[in-house]
Design a protein around this ligand. Structure first.
Ligand SMILES: Cc1cc2nc3c(=O)[nH]c(=O)nc-3n(C[C@H](O)[C@H](O)[C@H](O)COP(=O)(O)OP(=O)(O)OC[C@H]3O[C@@H](n4cnc5c(N)ncnc54)[C@H](O)[C@@H]3O)c2cc1C
Length: 489
């Protein structure tokens, strides 16, 4: 059987795969993207962050398409969380420099959003083949050099490539070819049960497009406005409460809604969608994990294929597209012969783990500020002041030691910092603050958003806005177009 030859082959046409494919094709490489489904296909993950919209999508050249899609504008998040009985809001205006022009994101139907990104890849010269399932990854002389896949008619095909990008999401199994193992988080062991409603109340303006997150005894709900007449609703419960979602999912869902007065009120006049892709109730479990390796010569993992952390702060698509950008920079630099492979992908891995680690920490702080003593769920989550072993696991998980970041290498210091972050968030939130309880740039939120703000600036200014300071000693910085790495002078 003869193999086709490409510079890059990408497994999966979600946000991570489309981003990597587009940003390598834009540098003139021959790129093939293989997607097992026929788009549009359903996916969860509808609430975006500004960095994706104004940073990555601008780099992808898709800002106009996103604007024209008419997605609801999300100015921030509204939470009924912590000891404050009233909902409070934080807005994305974390950087005064960017406030206004890019301090919003969108709530998206993924069937539409992912289609826009995949069409954008095609328009950038990527060869996209749908209904093609990658079944194996090949290697020679210790280097990955291609894949085999089943095409739409079930025939096996071979492709050789200088790089294989695994963006096959949480269900793909090809990630195993980089070696290492997938470690599931001890902290975020949750299950989600979710469905869609016609109708449902909206938050008062200007926050009608915000995600509403409401904590209750067994966990928390997301409530995402997708269209004036369509709302995405999901319950996230700790796996110790899994028995509560056994049996008929529809009845279990109604019981959980009944246990959360705010969501029950918002859904008062709403009806479950009864036809089409939104009619089904869906369950996801054990969805926070991180692989111990993110790349090996010739192959790199992006998005959920590499890691995922709890959805409370809507970081999934951000991490998928951000890692896609980092991987594209590394591939572009190595194929151009300007940076050696180990340095290029070392930079990719350190930056990706760091960003994942920031969200992981932020989320622990966020869960840690919930202080409802009676709640079984929250008691199970009290690891903010927990024995060292949790944090040793945490440090290992985020690869802090491997990344050389001293601030992650001391478990006790990490525990103190997380505890202080949770207190600081709780303190800001409980302070009386205006009619809508508007919370702007709390230091903890700002820290979590820092890399995103840089990406937004880059999208806005059209060039790398890193200040050309490496993030790590001996590290690389993005080149002028943001699509490759250079060594700082
Ligand atoms: C309960 C829950 C709620 C979430 N909410 C949010 C949210 O509000 N906001 C947010 O940003 N994120 C959210 N996420 C996360 C989000 O779903 C993911 O992080 C995001 O979709 C990852 O993008 P990706 O491109 O890595 O993978 P995916 O979007 O999963 O895309 C992977 C693609 O690869 C294809 N594929 C798989 N195997 C193969 C193969 N062998 N060959 C060819 N193709 C293959 C799949 O068909 C798929 O299209 C949530 C996740 C969960 C579990």
């Amino acid at each position: 059987m003869t193999a086709e030859t490409y510079d890059v082959v990408v497994i999966g046409g979600g946000p991570g795969g489309s981003t990597t494919a587009t940003l390598t094709a834009k540098r003139g490489h021959r790129v093939l993207l293989l997607e097992q489904d026929k788009f549009p296909r359903y996916q969860i993950g509808e609430s975006l962050l500004p960095a994706t919209v104004h940073g990555i999508c601008k780099l992808l050249g898709l800002d106009r398409q996103l604007r024209e899609a008419g997605f609801p504008v999300k100015n921030g998040g509204t939470f009924r969380w912590g000891t404050n009985p009233e909902p409070w809001t934080f807005s994305f205006a974390v950087s005064p420099r960017l406030a206004g022009s890019t301090s919003f994101a969108y709530q998206v139907e993924r069937m539409k959003f992912d289609q826009i990104l995949l069409d954008g890849a095609r328009a950038s010269g990527v060869e996209v083949r749908e209904s093609c399932t990658v079944v194996d990854v090949s290697s020679a002389a210790d280097r990955v050099d291609g894949v085999s896949y089943l095409d739409a008619s079930g025939r096996r095909q071979l492709v050789t490539a200088r790089y294989v990008v695994d963006a096959s999401g949480h269900r793909g199994r090809t990630y195993r070819h980089v070696g290492g193992e997938r470690q599931y988080s001890e902290y975020f062991k949750n299950l989600a049960l979710f469905g869609y409603f016609e109708g449902g109340k909206r938050l008062p303006e200007p926050n009608s497009g915000n995600i509403l997150s409401a904590a209750f005894d067994d966990g928390w709900f997301w409530y995402i406005p997708l269209r004036p007449d369509l709302t995405s609703v999901g319950a996230v419960v700790h796996h110790d409460a899994a028995h509560k979602i056994q049996g008929d999912p529809e009845r279990a869902f109604q019981r959980l809604i009944g246990a959360c007065p705010l969501i029950k009120d918002y859904l008062g006049d709403a009806k479950r969608v009864s036809h089409g892709p939104y009619a089904q109730m869906r369950v996801r479990k054990d969805y926070s994990y991180c692989n111990t390796r993110f790349w090996r010569p010739g192959m790199v993992l992006v998005g959920d294929a590499a890691c995922f952390v709890d959805p409370v702060f809507s970081s999934g698509v951000h991490l998928a597209t951000y890692s896609g950008l980092l991987a594209a920079r590394s591939i572009n630099s190595h194929l151009a012969g300007t940076v050696d492979e180990a340095s290029a992908f070392g930079e990719f891995e350190r930056r990706y783990r760091r960003e994942y680690g920031v969200f992981y920490e932020f989320l622990i702080s966020f869960y840690g500020m919930q202080a409802s003593e009676q709640s079984y769920f929250w008691k199970a989550k009290e690891v903010t002041n927990c024995p060292l072993s949790e944090f040793e696991a945490f440090v290992e998980l985020v690869g802090g030691l491997a990344s050389g970041e001293a601030r992650l290498a001391d478990p006790e210091a990490t525990a103190r910092r997380l505890s202080a972050s949770a207190d600081s968030l709780a303190d800001t939130v409980s302070r009386p603050s205006g009619i809508a309880g508007e919370l702007h740039a709390n230091a903890v939120v700002a820290n979590a958003m820092a890399e995103g703000v840089k990406l937004q600036a880059q999208g806005l200014l059209g060039q790398a806005a890193d200040g050309e300071t490496p993030l790590f000693p001996d590290g690389l910085v993005p080149g002028q177009d943001g699509l490759h790495w250079i060594r700082p002078r």
